[in-house]
Structures are given as structure tokens and as C-alpha cells.
Write a protein that binds this ligand. Structure first.
Ligand code: PMP
Length: 420
């Protein structure tokens, strides 16, 4: 309450502060920020494009159809009739929103059912559903890691883990991306008696590589650390049943907390963690992002429940996704593209320079392909990439066209040798 009042009635400014604040306007930085306008003027601005169709394998933008290789709809469930119908039925039964947080009036029987089913699917005692994946990471890290405790984080972790670790009162130490030698160096450099949590993406969202979880777990056991894995891009994709990175490595019991989002394979919106019941009980009473934010609407929860059924009952979708993924890896590599260390349906094409990346993106758009141009801070400055990602619903003909277009434009742009 005190913090709330402080927002409305900020502490009195001193006279010096008042004079200083007169010289500077809050919006000066906005006036100086012209980079996006310049790029728009050049006609190569790749962001905030309004799509006027379902987020399927073909989308409509400005009346033009583009093959979508820029979504996270890995299993193609966004347009699945059963998922759509579950969402529509939930709207009919419960209305459109929950108008409150899980803590107070915003818990429906649907949320509880979802938590029970997610815990069972992921092989853990309990689950907790938040309103977004981003909030899940913020709420979980900030509530669990206290003053004097440590988060040991991969340098390529998702922004939500970075911000969650900033919100926590614990200390953050970073190790080089997926570098297990560096992880051990970092662990041994900090207080061995303090509580410590190793936190990393299971599949890295821009690079597409998989966390070396066996080594993480080995080091965690050796040095007495807990482990949290962000499986936003792994659930539905990795593991014999699609339960993610821990299942992929047969290490479910060794990962203390797994985080997931509903905005990718689950074709909806929201996020969750699974862990031991005691951990969930603690987090649900301390995570401010859960307690002070409205719960996911009935349609979103029902869509996830339906998607989960399909993930469990249609493993052929995951197989199809992997067939496409392996083909794309193989063919892009043989054309000469630099796709880095990806092992998953996230396939980056490394370009380097921001403007060159935007230009390549523009050429692809004109050729009827929707992909994502990624620049800093999502990647290190100077490491711009074109992020492509594939879904189980892509047809072979669509993938043929995507690969042919990459070959043509990649040669024109000098990204691959002309002779290939
Ligand atoms: N973690 C990772 C690795 C992600 O890629 C994302 C979304 N891009 C999130 C967390 C946040 O999930 P959400 O979209 O549900 O907020």
C-alpha cells in the first residue's frame, strides 16, 4: 500500500532537482529517437506488420498472401478446429474475461483443471498458470530468489529471464552461452554456502540450439544448485511425448522448475511453471505478477486444454515438424547459409549488419515470405539475423518455395556463393 501511495504522491523534489528538471523534458529522448522513422522511410522497416488473416502457414498482409515462416505456432494448432471450438465454447459458457487475478476472483475451474493436466503432462507434482510467459519468469524469479541468493544465468537467456533476475533481490552471475566450462568457473567463483539457481532457456529463442542440460544437471548436483529451465520453445517440440528439454534428455526428475508458455505450441496466451508442490505453494503466495494481474480469459485456458489433448494424442504432428526441420537445416546448409548451431525448428540465418538484414527481409517479403528480422538487443549488436521457424502444418510445396526463394535471394544478396 505504501508503495502505491508513493507512486501517486512522489517525495518532494528539492529546489535544485526542480531547476534541473525544468531544463530537461521527459520526452526529449523520444524526439531524438528517429532511427525507426529513418528505416521506415527507406521502406525496409520490418516490425508491427498488421496481419489480416489467421496466423496459419499463409497470412495476408495488405491484401497480399505470404508464406509464414516467422511464427511460433510449432504444431500448427492456432487454427485447429478442436482448439477453435474449445475456445468458442468457453466464451459461450464463461464469457470473455475473468476480471481479476488468480488470487482473488480470477480462478476458474478451467484454470485448476489446466494446472492439474499440465503437472501430469510434465511429470511434476504441481503447476501454476500465469497470464503470460513473460510474467511467469518475472514472478517466479523475483519471488523465489531472495537477498544473498544467486541466479546463474546463460548470456543468451530470454529477456523475461533477464528482467526476472533484475526484479529479484538476489545476485545475478552470467556464464557464456551454453558454455559448461564457463558455467563451472562461475559457480565455483561464488559463495558455496549461498542458495543458488541455474537458469537457462531449454531451446534458445533466437539461436535455436538446445541447452546442454545433462552437463547443467551434473554441475548442479556437484555444486548443490537448483535448476530452472525455460521451455517456451521446447514443449510440444522436444521429448518423446513433447514434454520438453528435460524429457528429451530423460532428466525430468533432475530439473527443479520448468517454465512454459501458451503462446507457442499451445496456440494461446499465458504461461506456467511446474515444480514440487511446496515450491508452487510458495510462489503462488509471493509472485506479485500472479497476485496483482488478471488471469487468462476462459477462451485462452480452454484453447490450451484442447491443444494439450492434441499434443498428447497426435505425435505425428511433432514428427512432421521434425521432418521439415531436418530438411530445412540440410538444404540451407548445403546452399551455404550460416545457420549457426541450431538443432530445432528455430532456424536463424546469420547476416550481421542490421541494414543488410532489413534489406534481405524486404526482398523475402516481396517474394511472398514472412520471416523476422532480428537485431540488438534481441541478439548481440552486429549479429543481426533473419529468424525463420517452421510448423507441422507447412506443406512440402510451401517449403520448396521457401527454399527456392532463399537460394535466389541469398545469391543476389551475396550471402551464399553464386555457384551453389
Ligand atoms: N521465454 C522465452 C524463451 C520466450 O521466447 C518467450 C516469448 N518470446 C517468453 C519466455 C515469454 O512468453 P510469452 O510470449 O508467453 O510472454
Amino acid at each position: 500500500m505504501f508503495a502505491f501511495l508513493c507512486c501517486i504522491f512522489p517525495a518532494n523534489l528539492t529546489r535544485v532537482d526542480r531547476e534541473a528538471s525544468r531544463k530537461m523534458d521527459l520526452f526529449d529522448k523520444c524526439k531524438k529517437f528517429t532511427r525507426s522513422l529513418e528505416v521506415k522511410e527507406m521502406g525496409i522497416y520490418p516490425y508491427f506488420r498488421p496481419i489480416s488473416s489467421a496466423a496459419d502457414t499463409v497470412v495476408t498482409i495488405d491484401g497480399k498472401e505470404l508464406i509464414m515462416i516467422g511464427s511460433n505456432n510449432y504444431l500448427g494448432l492456432v487454427t485447429h478446429p478442436k482448439v477453435r471450438e474449445a475456445a468458442a465454447a468457453a466464451v459461450r459458457k464463461y464469457g470473455t474475461g475473468c476480471t481479476g487475478s488468480r488470487f482473488l476472483n480470477g480462478t476458474l475451474d478451467l484454470h485448476v483443471q489446466l494446472e492439474e493436466e499440465l503437472a501430469a503432462f510434465m511429470g511434476k507434482e504441481a503447476a501454476l498458470v500465469y497470464s503470460t510467459g513473460f510474467q511467469t519468469n518475472l514472478g517466479t524469479l523475483s519471488s523465489l530468489v531472495a537477498k544473498g541468493e544467486y541466479m546463474i544465468t546463460d548470456r543468451s537467456n530470454h529477456a523475461s529471464l533477464v528482467d526476472g533476475s533484475r526484479l529479484s533481490f538476489g545476485k545475478v552471475v552470467k556464464f557464456n552461452h551454453n558454455d559448461m566450462g564457463d558455467l563451472e568457473r562461475v559457480i565455483t567463483g561464488i559463495d558455496k554456502d549461498a542458495a543458488r539457481l541455474i537458469v537457462a532457456d531449454g531451446v534458445f529463442s533466437m539461436e535455436g540450439d538446445i541447452l546442454d542440460l545433462p552437463k547443467v544437471v551434473e554441475l548442479a548436483e556437484k555444486h548443490d544448485c537448483r535448476v530452472m529451465v525455460d521451455d517456451a520453445h521446447s514443449i510440444g517440440v522436444l521429448g518423446p511425448t513433447g514434454a520438453g528439454t528435460a524429457e528429451h534428455f530423460d532428466l525430468i526428475d533432475k530439473v527443479d522448475i520448468t517454465m512454459g508458455t501458451f503462446s507457442k505450441s499451445f496456440a494461446s496466451l499465458g504461461g506456467f511453471i511446474v515444480a514440487d508442490a511446496q515450491v508452487i505453494e510458495f510462489v503462488k503466495h509471493f509472485a506479485r505478477e500472479l497476485i496483482f494481474s488478471a488471469s487468462i480469459p476462459p477462451a485462452a485456458a480452454a484453447a490450451v486444454l484442447a491443444a494439450l489433448e492434441i499434443i498428447k494424442s497426435e505425435p505425428e504432428r511433432r514428427q512432421r515438424l521434425w521432418d521439415i526441420t531436418h530438411r530445412v537445416h540440410r538444404e540451407l546448409k548445403s546452399m551455404g547459409f550460416d545457420i549457426g548451431a541450431t538443432q530445432t525448428p528455430i532456424v536463424p540465418i546469420y547476416i550481421g549488419d542490421d541494414l543488410q538484414c532489413f534489406t534481405f527481409w524486404k526482398q523475402l517479403t516481396e517474394a511472398g515470405i514472412f520471416a523476422n528480422a532480428i537485431i540488438a538487443p534481441a541478439v548481440q549488436p552486429g549479429h543481426a539475423l533473419l529468424r525463420t521457424s517452421y510448423t507441422a502444418n507447412h506443406t512440402d510445396e510451401q517449403i520448396d518455395r521457401v527454399l527456392d526463394t532463399f537460394a535466389t535471394i541469398g545469391k543476389e544478396a551475396g550471402l551464399i556463393p553464386a555457384a551453389v
